[in-house]
Design a protein around this ligand. Structure first.
Ligand code: CMX
Length: 133
């Protein structure tokens, strides 16, 4: 599997993006709304992965709750998996707790989360590999 992105919860995307704009020496203007997850995000592309800055849209949702409870910081690590269905099935067979059913992520592919209680306190997102062109 490939490290797809690292999610960081922030209060203010516009403030949070500045350090990455300096590091990359380019503007980061593309803000994506994902109302289904109650978030707004900026994807920062680096050479081998992405940093997903996550700001809550309103007071509902996982990121708003996380910020309230833990404050800003590392929220999740996302891996792209080759065989999404098979991977989910093998996790289910071993009673690894998945959170809900797959949903559609920022990139339009299917995603699902493994509960952090099963992964040593780190929330892990699994992303379906997009079909190759
Ligand atoms: N990383 C590590 N631990 C976390 C966590 C995170 N991101 N979020 C919550 N926890 C901890 C809680 O602090 C709590 O710990 P304690 O039991 O020690 O207090 C424990 O996990 C369980 O918490 P909970 O109160 O039962 O559950 P929450 O309501 O806090 O929800 C979670 C936690 C992971 C189930 C929820 O955040 C969730 O469903 N996440 C998946 C969806 C998501 O994160 N969406 C946002 C990103 C979307 C995207 O990138 O596309």
């Amino acid at each position: 599997m490939k490290l797809d992105h690292i999610g960081i919860a922030v209060h203010d995307l516009q403030k949070a993006k500045k350090v990455y704009e300096l590091l990359l020496n380019q503007p980061l203007d593309k803000v994506i709304d994902l109302p289904s997850q109650h978030i707004q995000t900026i994807m920062v592309e680096t050479k081998n992965t992405h940093i997903e800055l996550l700001q809550p849209l309103g007071e509902e949702g996982a990121i708003a709750k996380f910020l309230e409870k833990k404050g800003e910081g590392l929220h999740h690590i996302a891996f792209e998996v080759e065989n999404f269905e098979e991977t989910l099935q093998s996790l289910k067979n071993q009673d690894i707790p998945l959170i809900g059913e797959p949903t559609i992520g920022v990139k339009g592919n299917r995603i699902i989360f493994i509960h952090p209680k099963a992964t040593n306190g780190t929330l892990i997102e699994l992303c379906e590999k997009p079909p190759s062109l």
